[in-house]
Design a protein around this ligand. Structure first.
Ligand SMILES: Cc1ncc(C[n+]2csc(CCOP(=O)(O)OP(=O)(O)O)c2C)c(N)n1
Length: 658
């Protein structure tokens, strides 16, 4: 192996050696512990240390690094106390996730390291968001993110590179091409010669680097980082290396040809570098023995600390509380100056006033800048707040959700507009796996609101009419808001943006321009988890939300003889079940109206909760009325049949008569 010092001082050369030695020695210890059954799983980075150590050594401490499962060298180079890493791997409290996630699946703001989720790809977009926050704050910092070559086949890779290119983000995309993705060789993973060749397609500078040569990694990355700090733009690096052990220890390496193993064993990044340093007289056998002894002692001492720590305490209440960041909402009262406006105007006004209040708030979405969004909610926003904060995005929902998480991690707030709620499906993974689980996993907020123009009755067919709140109410960690009136929409949107937790904010398209209300002109917030009682009666309880509220109002309007409580839930998570209980205790009858198709919707859970907790008060069967169990059809008459308006009226009369 050829080493070119490129002027790297000797003490740095020595440091790089020590830094590679440490993760190697930790790994060797872990392999022993694994065999002894003292840790559960191990993803080895043996043979790949030069990449983690080389990249991390060029980065400043205040710069974020987003490593993968084989990048122990990033963690050790940032000097995380080993006992905390060991505790993390043993699921103990002094790790980084209170025993809630395994191995390298954690982030730590103390060390500016943001770890992966199992799905690999999302963190590429998170890096974009972190880098964007730096650019907006005018901080000249690089963000480095890692992926394996297997991960480059994910859509997130494409989306993240494209966004970084279009937005000139200083992200160092580091592909560790180690030959295999689990058992899949590169020949079955991609067709181009080098993955770095893909850079050209995105208009991104790209380089191939010998990932086993620490001096090459260090000097090239160092030069690139210095330039990227001054001239922000992404760079794609493909580090050629090899995975010397199984995907994880239990899976072995039988499928890897022996000659390949031998070829790469000869290129070991530590052994070769050690020989070179010995030859140059920078390293001596005594120094090697001394450093190894020191690292060995450190490992043993820290392992002792981790082993002596008791298993993580099991406190149910704490588990439940940590799903969300606890915070006390700042209540701002609605003023008395009112103006009659539509739902669409109320949302626009709430958003605009939040932009004025929070100067760290960034809006992202397709066509939201000069065009004002397809529903014109952000019309005129660019004039007021500029294109930096009101950002058009390419068509890439997944990476924009991930970037929103990155913005939040780096101290910003983000609101993303899904052009239609239906398209949340292409951003589903980072919503339910990244945003929703981040606080529970490693105590980090996800200060993100996703606006979801939704709903039927607009003859727009199966892909522009869905009301898909049930996809999200199922997932702990998300809040779900679904207003039916302009007043609620404005105050709840302001509250959603203020809330540091991820919020899915549903806006019914059919209500946008049809529902008017007198709305306070000032900035105000409304609390989550408080339903509103729109009508009071004593024979039946009607529970609904969104467009259902207006259908129920119209139906009850046609039947003035029915004395009903009409409850508009307003938020589905948190759910104000107490208001439902109180009403059922009074009326003894409950009908729940939901626009979505029936199975697995919120109506089913409300029904179950009432049966379980207020059964004795019921004077009839709980009824759930919802759309047909089909996708939502296009033709007007088919859509009318699909939606539950008529069935609601029938069922209401039946239940009243029961
Ligand atoms: C979305 C998703 N699909 C599949 C997997 C299972 N899986 C975990 S790691 C891995 C291989 C990753 O290969 P690569 O990106 O090359 O990284 P390496 O493990 O080689 O370092 C696979 C298939 C996963 N974690 N996430």
């Amino acid at each position: 192996m050829q080493y070119d010092t490129k002027g790297i001082p000797q003490e740095v050369q020595l440091k790089l050696y020590e830094r590679m030695l440490k993760p190697r020695m930790i790994e060797e210890k872990m392999l022993i512990l694994l065999r002894q059954g003292k840790i559960s799983k191990w993803f080895s980075g043996i043979g790949q240390e030069a990449i983690s150590v080389g990249v991390a050594s060029t980065m400043r401490n205040e710069e974020y690094v987003l490593p993968m499962h084989r990048n122990l060298g990033v963690f050790t180079t940032r000097n995380i106390p080993l006992h905390r890493l060991f505790a993390q791997w043993q699921g103990k409290a002094s790790g980084f996730t209170k025993g809630r996630d395994r191995s390298f699946h954690f982030g730590t703001q103390d060390y500016n390291i943001i770890g992966m989720i199992s799905h690999l790809g999302p963190q590429l977009g998170v890096a974009d968001g972190i880098a964007l926050a730096n650019v907006l704050k005018k901080r000249k910092l690089v963000t480095a993110v890692f992926t394996g070559e297997g991960g480059t086949s994910e859509g997130d890779f494409h989306e993240a590179l494209n966004i970084a290119a279009v937005w000139d983000l200083p992200v160092l995309f580091c592909i560790e091409n180690n030959g295999y993705g689990l058992s899949t060789p590169t020949s079955e993973q991609y067709r181009c010669e080098h993955l770095a060749d893909k850079g050209k397609g995105y208009g991104i500078e790209a380089h191939v680097i010998d990932g086993n040569n620490i001096l090459e990694v260090f000097s090239k990355v160092n030069t690139l980082c210095e330039r990227m700090r001054e001239n922000p733009a992404p760079v794609l690096l493909e580090f050629k290396t090899f995975r010397m052990r199984g995907h994880e220890e239990a899976s072995g390496t039988k499928y890897v040809p022996n000659d390949l193993m031998e070829e790469w064993a000869a290129k070991d990044p530590i052994a070769n570098y050690e020989s070179y340093l010995l030859k140059e007289g920078i390293l001596t056998d005594d120094i090697i023995a001394d450093r190894k002894a020191k690292i060995s002692t450190e490992i043993d001492e820290h392992l002792k600390i981790a082993f002596e720590e008791e298993t993580v305490p099991v406190v149910k209440q704490r588990e439940l509380e940590d799903v969300y960041q606890q915070y006390t909402p700042k209540a701002v009262e609605p003023g008395s100056d009112l103006k009659s406006i539509r739902l669409v105007d109320a949302i626009s006004e709430g958003l605009r006033q939040s932009m004025e209040l929070h100067d760290n708030l960034v809006l992202m979405g397709q066509d939201i800048a000069d065009y004002g969004g397809v529903f014109k909610i952000t019309e005129g926003f660019v004039d007021s707040f500029g294109k930096e904060r009101v950002r058009n995005t390419p068509i890439c929902e997944s990476v924009i959700v991930s970037a929103a998480a990155g913005l939040s991690i780096n101290g910003m707030k983000a609101v993303m507009e899904m052009q239609f709620a239906d398209f949340a499906s292409t951003g589903f993974n980072p919503i339910v796996n990244y945003l929703a689980k981040m606080h529970y996993r490693w105590n980090e907020k996800a200060d993100v609101v996703i606006r979801m123009p939704c709903g039927g009755g607009v003859a727009a067919g199966p892909f522009h009419s869905q009301t898909n709140e049930a996809w999200f109410t199922k997932t702990p960690g998300l809040k779900v808001v679904y207003p039916a009136f302009p007043y609620d929409a404005k105050g709840l949107l302001a509250a959603a943006i203020d809330d540091p937790n991820p919020v899915l904010f549903f806006e019914h398209k059919a209500l946008y321009r049809s529902i008017y209300q007198d709305v306070p002109t000032n900035y105000y917030t409304l609390p989550f988890g408080k339903a509103s009682l729109l009508k009071e009666g004593d024979t039946i309880t009607v529970v609904t939300y969104g467009a259902g509220v207006h259908w129920a109002l119209a139906t009850l309007g046609r039947h003035p003889d029915i004395s009903a409580d009409l409850i508009d839930l307003r938020t589905l998570q948190p759910l104000d079940i107490e208001t439902v209980y109180a009403s059922v205790e009074k009326t003894g009858k409950l009908i729940i109206l939901q626009e979505d198709s029936l199975f697995g919707g919120i109506a089913s859970d409300i029904s179950a909760l009432v049966m379980e907790n207020r059964f004795e008060y019921l004077d009839g069967p709980v009824r759930r009325i919802a759309s047909l169990e089909t996708p939502i059809p296009f033709a007007k008459n088919l859509e009318e049949q699909y939606l539950p308006k008529e069935r609601f009226e029938e069922a209401l009369l039946q239940l009243v008569a029961y």
